[in-house]
Ligand binder design. Sequence first.
Ligand SMILES: [Cu+2]
Length: 144
Amino acid sequence: MQRRKFLLTALALAAPLPAMAAAIPVKLYKNPNCYCCDLYAKHLEENGFKVELINTTDMASIKQRYNVPEKLEGCHTALVEGYVVEALVPAQFVQRMLKEHRAIRGIALPGMPVGAPGMPGAKSRPLNVYTLDSSSPPQVFASF
Ligand SMILES: [Cu+2]
């Protein structure tokens, strides 16, 4: 009897929390010296993603590998369900892209603008998130 109770308790403790099971995995390539990427990863984790951080000092080849146009580059590059998420794109827009199954390669928020997740402060103007697409030039995906 005692042993059975112990087993049940052990099973209950080993069971994953529902919220964790539902988290969407993200691979995020970043320069180890860039701090805003860490804050951004935290922002994603607070919004239902599970982020694996991969440090590299050669971000240039990551941008090249995932075909991020120079004018849309930010500090880090993330991969989510086959999409590229370049830099500090708010989690809500990543979720929207995944939900809509958009036929694009990904989305990007160029630069490291103040007011984006990971860059605390007030925006000086609305910020645009652009599409990454192989067949057409970047279009505004969202503004915030
Ligand atoms: Cu950064």
